[in-house]
Ligand binder design. Structure first.
Ligand code: USQ
Length: 381
């Protein structure tokens, strides 16, 4: 298939582009390199060395498969985007081109505005291209588990839709699961979903929204052993996700930074599974009348459980910090991931071997570990 990967230079986008090319698909990455620019603004750096997109693509073409690259800001340059998609003539567009950090979206007015404007406009522009170029293009959107909030108020979290019975008539229906975002970033994924519902209703575009959990790890089968293809690895308090942060902290003799008592339970997925799920969703297009929603998660854990696992394995000390976020102190979480599993997804569960995969990066004595970036999250209020 011919696949456009919008945001293909980012953490999930790059891993997925490689997986798709490896499976024999032709991939066109469209990216404005904004994640690299945000690093400069925040004075943060990936712990792994990031090769330029030109080097990455050249190496991928040599050792993996067909990947092309075009630099476009898809939120701002609709006509460039349109031209590029029309000439590539894709079967699928995958949309990773969004500002994906919850803490970043809560820094101040300009980050709130950027996150909303970039994320909503990019979704709208891609869907608009599909309407005018070819309504059969399958649109695959990276959503988040955070659209549901994190509780089991309505029982096990279903895949996108909640079965309800209306009191007065006893009529049964299926509605979009009541959204409960916890940051401006998560809010944009709720708004994206509404946009997709309209495009589906009006133009019958095939759409998949993947509600993904917290991604961790760094290596995939394509990047293993190839330093030019290696993915980025963030540990700072704005872009680093919790499990990767904990591992790096323990390896660098920094206390493991549990916010609050660590009773927050979240869904997790390894980066190699992310790439695999994207491939599965693409190779099995939706047939449903509504937007197809799949929960892209492998397992759930409480933050304190993860801290204890990491502490035991790497001999780290756990410390509780005031939580900068507004979120439930404790929650239970039970999530269905039957959709992807029914299509062949076999989750890789957290194990010592996977943890080794991260520590294998020699990040222990890395001169790039900047302690001043570990606790730089903004406060939610
Ligand atoms: N946390 C700590 N200590 C830390 C960092 C985080 O206790 O040092 C806690 C947070 O308070 C939160 C949980 O760990 O309860 C997760 O935080 P995170 O930064 O790993 O993840 P989050 O901000 O929720 O966002 C990440 C990705 C986002 C994705 C989301 C999936 O950045 O793009 O959509 O995970 S989910 O969380 O399932 O909504």
């Amino acid at each position: 298939m011919k696949i456009v990967v919008a945001g293909g230079d980012g953490f999930c986008g790059w891993a997925s582009s490689l997986r798709l090319a490896n499976a024999g698909h032709q991939v066109l990455i469209i990216d404005n390199l904004s994640r690299r620019k945000i690093d400069l603004d925040l004075k943060t750096k990936s712990l792994t060395h990031l090769y330029s997109i030109t080097d990455r693509v050249k190496e991928a073409n040599k050792s993996i498969g067909n990947i092309f690259f075009k630099e476009i800001d898809i939120a701002k340059n609709y006509y460039d985007l349109f031209k590029e998609i029309k000439s590539f003539n894709p079967d699928v567009i995958v949309h990773f081109a969004e500002q994906r950090s919850a803490p970043y979206s809560m820094i101040s007015e300009s980050e709130r505005r950027y996150t909303i404007e970039n994320n909503i406009a990019s979704t709208q522009n891609l869907l608009s291209c599909i309407v005018d170029i070819n309504k059969n293009i399958h649109f695959v959107h990276l959503g988040t588990m955070g659209v549901y909030g994190y509780d089991i108020k309505y029982g096990k979290i279903p895949e996108g839709y909640l079965d309800i019975t209306i009191n007065e008539t006893s009529k049964k229906d299926k509605i979009i699961y009541p959204p409960n975002p916890g940051s401006i970033y998560h809010l944009t994924k709720v708004l994206d979903h509404q946009i997709m519902q309209f495009y589906k209703k009006n133009w019958s575009i095939p759409i998949t929204d993947l509600h993904q959990g917290i991604v961790w790890g760094v290596q995939t089968s394509e990047t293993n052993g190839n330093e030019i293809l290696i993915n980025r690895f963030d540990y700072d308090g704005i872009y680093g996700t919790v499990l990767n942060r904990f591992i790096v902290q323990a390896l660098n003799n920094h206390p493991i930074t549990v916010y609050g008592n660590g009773g927050q339970t979240r869904a997790f997925i390894h980066i190699d599974d992310t790439a695999e799920c994207i491939k599965i969703a693409i190779e099995n297009p939706p047939t449903s009348e509504k937007v197809r929603v799949l929960n892209q998660v492998s397992e759930t854990h409480s933050i304190i459980d993860l801290a204890e696992i990491v502490s035991k394995k790497f001999d780290g000390k756990i410390l509780n910090y005031d939580n900068p976020r507004v979120e439930l102190k404790e929650n239970k979480l039970d999530v269905s991931n039957e959709g992807l599993k029914s299509l062949g997804f076999k989750p890789k569960l957290l194990s010592n071997q996977l943890l080794d995969d991260v520590s294998f990066l020699n990040i222990k004595d890395s001169s790039k570990f900047d302690v001043s970036k570990v606790l730089n999250s903004p406060k939610w209020r």
